[in-house]
Write a protein that binds this ligand. Structure first.
Ligand code: ADP
Ligand code: ASP
Ligand code: MG
Length: 466
C-alpha cells in the first residue's frame, strides 16, 4: 500500500480532481495486480489551492473587527466548494457532501462572527479556521472516489493525527498517531476502501484542532505513511519533481531523477518549497522511499528519494534559496570565546523558541541567521545583556547541495568562482559536507542562482511547471 499526497493545485477544481481519481485508480490497479489484499491507497489532500491563504485572511479580518468582510470571503469559499463538489456524479453522495460542506461553513461563520465581535483571534482559533480547508477538500475527494467505484472513505484527520499543542507548528506524537491510524484506517484498508484524509491538520489528545505549519500536508503524508508502514510515500504536485533550482527564480531548471534523503532534507530545509522540511524525517526512520510526481503529467518519472542514490555525472545535485532571512551579528563585550559565552548566546535563541540556520564565528563575533523574526526584539534584548548586537535584514541563504561535495574539494572553489563579485556575508559547510551554505543580500538571489545554475547545470532544459 502506498500513501498518495495531493497538493492544492492537484485538487484545485473539478478537472484536477478528475486527474487525481485517474492517478489513484491506476495505482490501485497496479497494487491489486501485484496481489496486495489491502491495496488502498491512502489519499492525503491539501485544501483547494489558495484556500488556506484565504482562510487565514478571514481570521485576520475577524481579528481586525471586519466581521462583514470575513463573512463575505467565507460565502465565496463556500460557493467555490459547492461548485467543485459537482465532480461527485452520484446524486445522493453529492447531496451528502454538500450538506457536510454547509455544516462546516455554518460552524465557521458562527465562529468568525463571534471573533469579529471580540476582535481577537487566538492561535487555537486560527488553527480551527485554517483546518476547515482540508476538512472540506478531503470530504469532496472521498465522496468523488466513492462515486467512481474506488471506495473512497473519509477519515477525519483530527481523529488520527495526534499532535502536541503548539498551534501553527504542531509536532506529531507518533505512538498515539500510530494507534489511532491502526484503529481507524487499517480496518478500512482491509475492507478494500481508499481512506481519504486532509493533510496539514491534527488534534491534541484532548481533541483541540492543531495544524502542522504551512505546507504541512507533505508532512501529514509522511506521518501517515510511516505510521502505517507504507511501501512508498508519493507527493503529487504541479512540477515534474525536485528541480535543480526554484523554477520561479531560474529559467529552465532540470528534474533531479534521484536524491538521497540527506540531500532532500537539506534542499527542503533551505527553501525548496516542493517538499515540506519535516517530510523526510519519518520516511528516513523506516527507510520508506518518497517520490515527487506531477499530477498534470502523471507519466513523467518524477524524483525518487531514498537513503542512498546512484552516482550522478553532475557535480552538484541542486540549489535552494531562502529569502527574508535576518543575520544577527553578536560581538562579545568581553573576550569572545570566554567560558560560557556561546552557551549564553544560544540559550537566548532557545529561550525565545527561535531556530538559527547558519552559524559562523570569527575572532571577534558570532553571526547567525534566523528566518522567524517574531521574537527578534526579545532575543536582541537578552543578547544585549552581555554582547553588542547588530541586525542585517533582507538577506537570503543560498544552499548548494550534492553528495559529491565531500569527494571533490575543488567544488567549493568552483561554486565561489561562479558566484563571482557578489558579496558573500556568511559561509558555512556542515560536517556532513553535503552542502555549501552562504548568505547574500536578498536582491542578489536571482543573479547568484542564475550564475550557479549556468555553471553547474547549464546544458539541460525541461522540468518546470506542467
Ligand atoms: P503543493 O501545493 O503541491 O504542495 P507547493 O506550491 O507547496 O505545491 O510546491 C510546489 C512548488 O514548489 C512548485 O510549483 C515550485 O514553484 C516550487 N519550488 C521551489 N523550489 C523548487 C524546486 N527545487 N523544485 C521543484 N519545485 C520547487
Ligand atoms: N493547505 C496548507 C497550506 O497551504 C497545507 C498544504 O497545502 O500543504 O499551507
Ligand atoms: Mg506544498
Amino acid at each position: 500500500m502506498v500513501v498518495m499526497k495531493f497538493g492544492g493545485t492537484s485538487v484545485a477544481d473539478q478537472a484536477a480532481i478528475e486527474r487525481l481519481m485517474a492517478i489513484v485508480a491506476r495505482q490501485r490497479e497496479r497494487d491489486v495486480a501485484a496481489g496486495d489484499a489491502a491495496p488502498g491507497p491512502v489519499v492525503v489532500v491539501s485544501a483547494l489551492s489558495g484556500v488556506t491563504d484565504r482562510l487565514l485572511a478571514v481570521a485576520a479580518e475577524a481579528g481586525a473587527g471586519h466581521g462583514d468582510k470575513a463573512l463575505q470571503t467565507l460565502r465565496e469559499l463556500r460557493a467555490r466548494h459547492m461548485t467543485v463538489a459537482d465532480v461527485i456524479t452520484d446524486d445522493a453522495l453529492r447531496a451528502a457532501a454538500r450538506a457536510d460542506i454547509d455544516r462546516e461553513f455554518d460552524e465557521l461563520e458562527r465562529i468568525v462572527g463571534a471573533l469579529g465581535v471580540l476582535r481577537e483571534v487566538s492561535p487555537r482559533w486560527l488553527d480551527t479556521i485554517a483546518a476547515t480547508g482540508e476538512v472540506v477538500s478531503s470530504r469532496i475527494v472521498a465522496a468523488a472516489l466513492a462515486t467512481r467505484g474506488l471506495h473512497g472513505a473519509w477519515v477525519d484527520a483530527r481523529d488520527v493525527v495526534v499532535t502536541d499543542g503548539e498551534h501553527q507548528a504542531a509536532a506529531p506524537q507518533f505512538p498515539e498517531t500510530t494507534a489511532a491510524l491502526e484503529a481507524a484506517v487499517r480496518p478500512l484498508l482491509a475492507a478494500g476502501a481508499v481512506p481519504v484524509l486532509g493533510g496539514f491538520v491534527g488534534a491534541t489528545a484532548a481533541g483541540v484542532t492543531t495544524t502542522l505549519g504551512r505546507g504541512g500536508s507533505d508532512f501529514s503524508g509522511a506521518i501517515v505513511g510511516s505510521c502505517l508502514r507504507a511501501a512508498e510515500i508519493q507527493i503529487w504536485t504541479d512540477v515534474d519533481g525536485m528541480l535543480t533550482a526554484d523554477p520561479r527564480v531560474v529559467a529552465s531548471p532540470r528534474v533531479v531523477p534521484h536524491l538521497s534523503f540527506g540531500e532532500a532534507s537539506e534542499l527542503a530545509y533551505f527553501g525548496a518549497k516542493v517538499l515540506h522540511p519535516a517530510t523526510i524525517q519519518p520516511a528516513v526512520a523506516l527507510d520508506i522511499p518518497v517520490r515527487i510526481l506531477n499530477s498534470k503529467r502523471a507519466e513523467a518519472p518524477g524524483t525518487l528519494i531514498t537513503s542512498e542514490r546512484p552516482p550522478s555525472d553532475l557535480a552538484l545535485t541542486a540549489l535552494a534559496s531562502k529569502k527574508h532571512v535576518t543575520v544577527v551579528n553578536i560581538t562579545s563585550t568581553r573576550m569572545l570565546m570566554a567560558h560560557g559565552f556561546l552557551r549564553r548566546l544560544f540559550e537566548a535563541f532557545e529561550r525565545h523558541k527561535t531556530a538559527v540556520d547558519v552559524v559562523t564565528t570569527s575572532e571577534v563575533s558570532v553571526s547567525v541567521t534566523v528566518d522567524d523574526r517574531r521574537r527578534l526584539p526579545a532575543i536582541v534584548e537578552t543578547l544585549s545583556e552581555f554582547a553588542e548586537v547588530e541586525l542585517e535584514q533582507d538577506m537570503a541563504i543560498v544552499c548548494a547541495v550534492g553528495e559529491g561535495l565531500h569527494e571533490e574539494p575543488r567544488l567549493v572553489a568552483r561554486v565561489f568562482d561562479a558566484v563571482g563579485d557578489v558579496p558573500v556575508k556568511l559561509l558555512s559547510q556542515a560536517a556532513s559536507r553535503r552542502n555549501i551554505t552562504f548568505v547574500i543580500r536578498e536582491t542578489d538571489v536571482p543573479l547568484v542562482l542564475g550564475r550557479l545554475h549556468d555553471a553547474f547545470f547549464a546544458t539541460a532544459t525541461t522540468g518546470g511547471r506542467a
